[in-house]
Design a protein around this ligand. Structure first.
Ligand code: F6R
Length: 599
């Protein structure tokens, strides 16, 4: 949540910031702003406004500077508005500060600062940090008169951080200092190392166009970023040596490549993503850990949690190992019965989701081992996991997760194979070609979307491993088209929700040819008897289904265990085309952000 981008070097900074912020908008897009140290006047120039980076770009005034930072916001404290946009300033406008995270004790701090005469311009929690640093620098200046000590921005930030309760990735630029101070606790921050120039960002997409050498900050670390050096310090102020990581994808992968939306591009990348992720080696250590676990847990949030639910069904059915599944936000607060002999599988695309990270930390505190299934290399969750399996989805920019989900499934399927004592072969290598076949139906699904894009409510139903795909289908439709959609295990519909079925409430039924086919047909009949329209996602060549359903999307014939991958593509495309017809902002749906780093 919130995107941060900063630069210090020799090039004009303004366009670098705007370009970097453009790549980070998927992290939040309520408002945007930049702060630059104006080389001519030696003052800090802040330009910020409600709305997107593009609007800022169109309206901002040119500022000559080689040192600056920018922010794109996902509002927490203080509604989206011009004044609440970052960067924030101290009373005199000598410093600018950007922040991603939440300061829980900001009201107390604000009260104290107000009593000392500080003036606040915004309703945000962030602004208190700017004034606290101002206050520290003021105290330093007073001492300076007596002791001749120089004022020190880094020291002022360190002292301020000790007063904060909450989470932050924050960056401070001051007109009197030739460096920028950055710090992190609970929100991601990564430094980019260039030649005679350095960068920082919420993630590497901010600066991947300029450098592939990245250094990740850990919690409670600060860094002093200069144009030709970066120094990292730990909590006690001791310098930290850390090697840089080379990013193994390039800027082209983070572009739309001719597609109208990132989401569509990412849907179409899935044959490649699944092929690559199936090559990932699952280490013997991971297999040993899972097999020796007294209890195996799988937790995640949102789409990743639905991948985890497929994983639960599959590991239980293929490897005969019981798995407990939970949403991370529930797991962390229910005092879970997890201990030293247990193993927690955490799944996350970003590797930064606050609830997932908190669940991981809780499990580790209780002595459990953690295996991460993560997409973003070196992200916080990846670094804090005991073992990591990286998915190979590449950068996922569309806020609605698509290819990361398929990649997570690919890992979970491979893991289920490895855990099966009979060496079960799930015939996964056929998947990329099967997915290609579903993608060929894009035009047919787009045509189908025209029939349904005006309705207000949808149901999705499925059984067994198709149930989590129903959940995922409903989530995709909700988040990008704003149509209300509910998913049910098909047998549950008659226990209440069927009361809502009318000819205006269509149901997407996931009904491939599998062991529960006839049970699904019964559920479809129940809906049909109440005038409900049914879009069946079924197996090609299934003549019977056509008699029961209003419309059919056909999946290629394959082993029943593989249908979750194929049905996923169909529900993603359906959601995409419906949202497109409703002219929704598909890559940046309202109220959402890609990486949920606050709880
Ligand atoms: C939905 C979506 C979210 C994420 C969830 C977890 O399309 O993208 O539900 O799946 O916020 O995010 P990660 O996987 O980054 O932990």
């Amino acid at each position: 949540m919130c995107g941060i981008m900063g630069y210090i070097g020799e090039k004009p900074v303004q366009n670098i910031l705007i370009q970097g912020l453009g790549h980070l908008e998927y992290r939040g897009y309520d408002s945007a702003g930049i702060a630059i140290l104006d080389t001519t006047t030696k003052t800090i120039k802040v330009q910020k406004m409600l709305g997107r980076v593009e609007k800022l770009k169109q309206t901002m005034k040119p500022v000559a500077g080689i040192m600056g930072m920018g922010h794109t916001r996902w509002a927490t404290h203080g509604r989206p508005s011009d004044v609440n946009a970052h960067p924030h300033s101290d009373c005199k406008g000598d410093l600018a500060l950007i922040h991603n995270g939440i300061i829980e004790n900001y009201l107390d701090l604000k009260q104290d600062l107000l009593s000392k005469g500080h003036h606040f311009a915004s309703e945000t929690d962030t602004e208190v940090i700017a004034h606290l640093i101002e206050e520290e620098l003021k105290q330093q200046a007073l001492k300076q008169q007596k002791t001749d000590l120089k004022t020190d921005l880094k020291k002022a930030v360190d002292t301020t951080l000790k007063k904060l309760i909450g989470t932050y990735a924050l960056c401070v630029l001051h007109k009197n200092f030739d460096y920028i101070v950055v710090a992190r606790n609970g929100s991601p921050l990564v430094l980019g190392l260039g030649k005679g120039e350095n960068f920082f960002g919420s993630d590497v997409t901010a600066f991947i166009a300029y450098t592939k050498n990245a250094v990740y900050l850990n919690d409670f670390e600060t860094a002093v970023v200069k144009k030709d050096s970066i120094q990292i310090f730990d909590k006690s102020g001791k310098p930290v040596k850390r090697n840089s990581t080379t990013i193994n994808w390039d800027v082209e992968q983070a572009k739309k490549g001719g597609y109208e939306h990132f989401m569509l591009k990412e849907i179409f990348e899935q044959p490649r993503v699944v092929r690559d992720t199936l090559q990932v080696k699952i280490s013997d250590d991971v297999v040993k850990l899972c097999k020796s676990a007294k209890k195996l847990f799988v937790i995640a949030c949102g789409t990743a949690s639905y991948a985890g639910l497929v994983g639960k069904y599959l590991i239980e059915q293929t490897a005969k190992i019981p798995v407990e599944w939970d949403a991370a936000s529930e797991f962390r607060y229910k005092n879970p019965l997890i201990g030293r002999q247990d193993v927690l599988l955490v799944i996350s695309q970003s590797g930064e989701t606050a609830d997932t990270l908190a669940a991981l930390r809780l499990a580790k505190e209780k002595g459990a081992k953690v295996i991460g299934i993560i997409n973003v290399v070196d992200s916080t969750i990846a670094r804090e996991s005991d073992q990591v399996i990286y998915t190979r989805a590449g950068p996922e920019i569309g806020v609605a997760s698509t290819k990361a989900f398929s990649a997570q499934l690919a890992v979970l399927y491979r893991l289920a194979e490895k855990l099966s004592s009979t060496g079960k072969n799930l015939k996964l290598d056929s998947l990329p070609a099967l997915i290609e076949k579903v993608l060929k139906q894009n035009d047919a699904i787009a045509a189908l979307a025209k029939k349904y894009f005006m309705v207000y409510n949808f149901f999705f139903i499925g059984r067994n491993v198709m149930y989590p795909i129903a959940l995922e289908g409903a989530l995709k439709l909700k988040e990008i088209s704003y149509i209300h959609a509910e998913a049910y295990a098909a047998g549950e519909l008659k226990h209440g929700p069927i009361a809502l079925v009318t000819d205006q409430v269509p149901t997407v039924a996931l009904v491939p040819k599998n062991a529960l086919y006839s049970k699904m047909i019964s559920n479809i009949q129940e809906i049909k008897a109440r005038n409900g329209k049914i879009i069946a996602i079924a197996t090609e060549g299934d003549q019977e289904i056509k008699e029961h359903c209003t419309d059919v999307i056909s999946l290629p014939k394959t082993d029943e265990v593989l249908y979750p991958f194929l049905a996923t593509i169909a529900v993603q495309l359906l959601a995409y085309h419906i949202a497109n017809l409703r002219e929704c902002d598909i890559d940046k749906p309202r109220n959402l952000a890609k990486s949920v780093t606050v709880e």
